[in-house]
Structure formats: structure tokens, C-alpha cells
Write a protein that binds this ligand. Structure first.
Ligand SMILES: Cc1ncc(COP(=O)(O)O)c(C=O)c1O
Length: 398
């Protein structure tokens, strides 16, 4: 008998995870094509237009024929600007140089390439759960020995760092942190960062610091990067990008900053996979980081207003409770009084209430019983979603 196409798929594929949000989006689009009104709260995507000066820079770059391959690291002008911005915004000395920077089509591929560059089968890798799914997927594909440490709602979605201390050993290759956090909107406090740094230094392991929401930060104090703490610059890999801060999700532009020797290997993976990022998109990235910062601050102020609206609205719905997120643009209400199956509830909310959202367990076991709403939606849409949820929830059956 001839093998079928399915028979030919590698067994390693079974170890891959996936980002559920894109599947919910696909289903929401089917419902919309049938004429349904859907409020999109499933993907982490600012609904704002990309600021005009950034679009203008891309258009000018096209006319100037920035339409050819670039080096797999990214163009030097952008790498210089990223090195300067990342060092200045985070107060890192000595400042990074272009040799620390690699540019990728979004932050997601650089996570894959970083993990590929550092993980041998059996290497110990630690992250906090629930989490953005890319880390667990890459770690599982690469056959890491993975420990997921739960984040606790009661601690405003912070981890128990005594648990981290017990789990991390000199055999641990890397700890991944993400603050502000997807999917909970939680942040690590400065003392959390100091404790994680102390644990990483004592056990001589790397820290992957996913700081893609560093500009979506609602506390009055300044965002602090773990890379700025003593002894951390040379053991931290910062992941960041343009999607969230500049409303540039569809441009696909991200980067990572790390010790040069690691950068060379991560870039080798760039070389082997996507070769390079579209050159005119990289020119737009220069405009984003060197142009006016007001659009970022304005979007952030609006996100904050939306956060307050959705969190108070969710807390007004019987049997729903939601902590106040301090960053990113996600609210993660506790639905355990309503469901034992958050994915089923998320599907009900999409099909019946027209609110696209994600079951918390799509982000790992510690997300069970929660729903993630991305509040990168207008206040009108948030109000509509809240009204629909309140109306339909009493009819939900587990
Ligand atoms: C924590 C985190 N890291 C990385 C990414 C990747 O973003 P992008 O690939 O659009 O740069 C996301 C997107 O949702 C995210 O939430």
C-alpha cells in the first residue's frame, strides 16, 4: 500500500503546540462571512492604525528601492537604532551595539530561533504558566526537559519565587520571563526581577526576557528590564518588536538583543529559515524608533481606559472576577464558578454571544478556568462584548 500524505508527516510534529488565538480568529471570520457581528478579543493585536510617519517611511523606502535582500542580521542602520533605543529605554550600560542585535519578521520567529540556538535535547528549561504558547511549543519540539511554574491569580499573576529557586539548578539552561505578561496582564515587580536575577546568576543560567509589552505598562514607575540589573546584561536575551507598541502586527518586525556570540547563532537560524526581513519594513522600523513617541503614549493611554472599562464590566457580571492588569492589553477573568471547561466556554461566547476570546488553558494548565480577552478593541466594542457576555452567560451549560 502506498503511504498517505499523513503517513509522511514527521513524528516530531506531534511535539508542536499552536497559538489558539489564530484558530479562534479563523472561526470568527467564518461567522462574519455568514453575516454575524463579532467582537474581536481573541488576538493580541492593537486595533489602531500604524502611525503615519512609519507608513510614510515604508512608502518612501519602496520608492527608494529598498526592495532587495538584506543581511540575515538585519540592516545595520536598524540594528544601530535598536541597540541605542534598547540601551536608553532600559538604562543598560555598557550600551549594546549592532553586534548584539538580530532583526526578525516579528518576535515569534526569534523566540523559535533563540530556543533552537540554545536548547539541546534534555536541557532544563523553565518558564511560567500560563504563557504565550511559543515557548512551550519550541521547548517541546527541541525535547527540552521543561518545568512550568504556575503564576498565581491571588498574587496578581506573579509566581512563587521560592518555587523557582527550588527548581532551578546549575543544569538549567534558561529561564523565560515575560513582563508585562501575555495572557494575564500581570507584571513582575522590581524585587521579583532582582530575585530571578540572583537565582540565574547563582545557577549560571540564561534569562530570556520577553519584553514585547514593555511600552504597554500602566504603573507610574518606569519599566525595568532584568537585563539592567547587575550581572545580567551578559546572560539576558531580550525579545522585543514593533507589533504591540507601534500597532505594526501585520508588518512582521521584531528583534532580540543578546551577547554577540549568541546573536551569531540565532542569526544562523534566521539565515536558514527566512533569510531576512523585507528591507522597506526595516526602514519603517527605523522611523518608528527615531520618530515621535507621542503616538505610542497616546495608544497606551487609550489602552488604560479600555482596561478600566473591561475589568469593571467583567467584575459586575455575576460569578466572574477579574484582577486589574498592570500591563499588556489582556484581561484574564476567573470563570471557575461558571465552567470546568474554559475552551468550551470560549467557544460558547464566540458562537452564542459573538465575542471571540480564548480559553485560559490554551496558554497552559495554569490557565484552566480562565478566559483571556484582548482589550485592544474600541470602548464601544468592549461595551457590546460585556453586554453580550452578561446576556448569554446565564444560559451556558458545562
Ligand atoms: C509574549 C509575546 N511574545 C511575542 C509575541 C510575538 O509578537 P510578534 O511576532 O507579532 O512580534 C507575542 C504576540 O502576541 C507575545 O504576546
Amino acid at each position: 500500500m502506498l503511504a498517505t500524505a499523513t503517513d509522511r508527516i514527521s513524528s516530531a510534529v506531534a511535539r508542536l503546540g499552536a497559538e489558539n488565538a489564530f484558530m479562534v480568529l479563523a472561526r470568527a471570520r467564518v461567522l462574519e462571512a455568514q453575516g454575524r457581528r463579532i467582537v474581536h478579543m481573541e488576538v493580541g493585536e492593537p486595533d489602531f492604525d500604524t502611525p503615519t510617519h512609519i507608513k510614510d517611511a515604508a512608502i518612501a523606502a519602496l520608492h527608494e528601492n529598498y526592495t532587495h535582500y538584506s543581511p540575515s542580521t538585519g540592516i545595520n542602520e536598524l540594528r544601530d537604532v535598536i541597540a541605542e533605543y534598547v540601551s536608553r529605554f532600559r538604562g543598560i550600560t555598557p550600551a549594546y551595539t549592532r553586534d548584539n542585535v538580530t532583526v526578525t519578521p516579528g518576535a515569534k520567529p526569534v523566540i523559535w530561533n533563540i530556543m533552537s540556538a540554545i536548547i539541546n535535547p534534555g536541557d532544563h528549561f523553565v518558564y511560567f504558566s500560563p504563557a504565550y504558547p511559543a515557548y512551550a511549543s519550541a521547548a517541546s519540539y527541541l525535547q527540552a526537559d521543561v518545568t512550568a511554574i504556575p503564576l498565581h491569580e491571588a498574587a496578581n499573576w506573579r509566581p512563587d519565587l521560592d518555587e523557582l529557586d527550588r527548581v532551578v539548578t546549575p543544569k538549567t539552561k534558561a529561564i523565560a520571563i515575560n513582563s508585562p505578561h501575555n495572557p494575564t496582564g500581570g507584571i513582575l515587580t522590581n524585587s521579583d526581577l532582582e530575585r530571578i536575577a540572583e537565582i540565574a546568576i547563582r545557577n549560571d543560567c540564561l534569562v530570556i526576557a520577553d519584553e514585547i509589552y514593555s511600552r504597554n505598562f500602566y504603573l507610574s514607575e518606569k519599566f525595568v528590564s532584568i537585563a539592567s540589573l547587575p550581572g545580567m546584561r551578559d546572560r539576558t536575551i531580550i525579545v522585543d518588536g514593533f507589533s504591540k507598541a507601534y500597532a505594526m502586527t501585520g508588518w512582521r518586525l521584531g528583534y532580540a538583543v543578546m551577547p554577540e556570540a549568541l546573536q551569531n547563532v540565532v542569526t544562523l537560524f534566521n539565515n536558514n529559515t527566512f533569510s531576512c526581513v523585507a528591507t522597506f519594513v526595516q526602514r519603517a522600523g527605523i522611523a518608528a524608533l527615531t520618530g515621535p513617541d507621542e503616538p505610542v503614549q497616546k495608544m497606551n493611554a487609550i489602552f488604560r481606559e479600555r482596561r478600566d472599562r473591561i475589568v469593571s464590566g467583567l467584575n459586575a457580571i455575576p460569578n466572574v472576577s477579574c484582577t486589574l492588569p498592570e500591563g499588556a492589553f489582556y484581561a484574564m477573568p476567573n470563570m471557575t464558578a461558571i465552567t470546568h471547561d474554559d475552551k468550551k466556554l470560549a467557544s460558547f461566547l464566540l458562537e452564542e454571544a459573538g465575542v471571540a476570546c480564548n480559553g485560559g488553558s490554551a496558554f497552559g494548565a495554569a490557565g484552566k478556568g480562565y478566559i483571556r480577552f484582548s482589550y485592544a478593541a474600541s470602548l464601544d466594542d468592549i461595551d457590546l462584548a460585556l453586554a453580550q457576555i452578561a446576556k448569554h452567560l446565564p444560559h451556558y451549560k458545562d
